[in-house]
Design a protein around this ligand. Structure first.
Ligand code: HEM
Length: 204
């Protein structure tokens, strides 16, 4: 892909990734947050965190199944936006939901398993975000860097548990997200197994 095309691609991705925040701001300024605005904002940001996480995880399967490699250029950008939305989601929980009531937050963290796994998912995203730069790839070396970044699959599983455990009975959305995640992880595993059986492919 040419340099201008890459710049355009990233610019479009930036706009698309910021769009959910813009829509949320529009809802907020037009009284569109419903009867429980805190819950609306928390859930909106949580949903977009998960969607961006799935989008990040979909890029390699796209290459494995369809041979389309260019979306991988967006892996870092999408991953960082997932982290950004997760941080906002968490900030709403701290600042608006609990208003710095640390005892209440700690109690929530211990008592509610969906909060425990959500927190774990966010904490695991931190080293991924910190080591996402080209400089860090060079400093750590490709093998170590890849090992660290495999944690993104665990983050996906924790996010799925978070959503499954918090959702009210009868909601289909958490199962849809979990099924998409399972499909993406399945393709990844299949790709890795196929590669392992053909060692010469790895060298080329
Ligand atoms: C990668 C990290 C995370 C992801 C992907 C994520 C995703 C989600 C999703 C998809 C929802 C449900 C949206 C809906 O019902 O429509 C949600 C709700 C929620 N999340 Fe998270 N979340 C993450 C981290 C966290 C963390 C760190 C906390 C707080 C410590 C948290 C607290 C909550 C709360 C309080 C709700 C709303 C529950 C309710 O409606 O009662 N999440 N999150």
């Amino acid at each position: 892909m040419t340099r201008p095309a890459r710049i355009w691609l990233k610019a479009v991705a930036w706009v698309l990734c910021l769009l959910p925040l813009l829509v949320l701001a529009c809802y907020a300024t037009t009284d569109g947050l419903g009867a429980n605005p805190i819950s609306f904002v928390t859930n909106w940001l949580g949903q977009w965190t998960f969607r961006l996480l799935l989008a990040t995880l979909a890029l390699t399967p796209l290459r494995i199944v369809f041979g389309i490699g260019w979306p991988l250029l967006l892996r870092r950008l999408l991953g960082l936006f997932a982290f950004f939305y997760a941080s906002l989601h968490f900030l709403v929980w701290i600042l608006i939901d609990h208003y710095f009531n640390w005892d209440q937050m700690l109690a929530d963290l211990v008592k509610r398993r969906y909060i425990t796994v959500g927190m774990l998912a966010l904490l695991l995203l931190v080293p991924l975000a910190v080591t996402s730069t080209g400089g860090m790839v060079r400093r750590l070396g490709g093998t170590v860097w890849r090992r660290i970044h495999r944690m993104v699959y665990l983050v996906g599983v924790l996010a799925a548990l978070h959503f499954l455990w918090l959702a009210k009975q009868g909601r289909t959305a958490p199962y849809v997200y979990a099924a998409i995640l399972a499909l993406l992880l399945g393709v990844r595993l299949w790709g890795a197994l196929r590669l392992a059986r053909r060692p010469r492919d790895r060298a080329s």
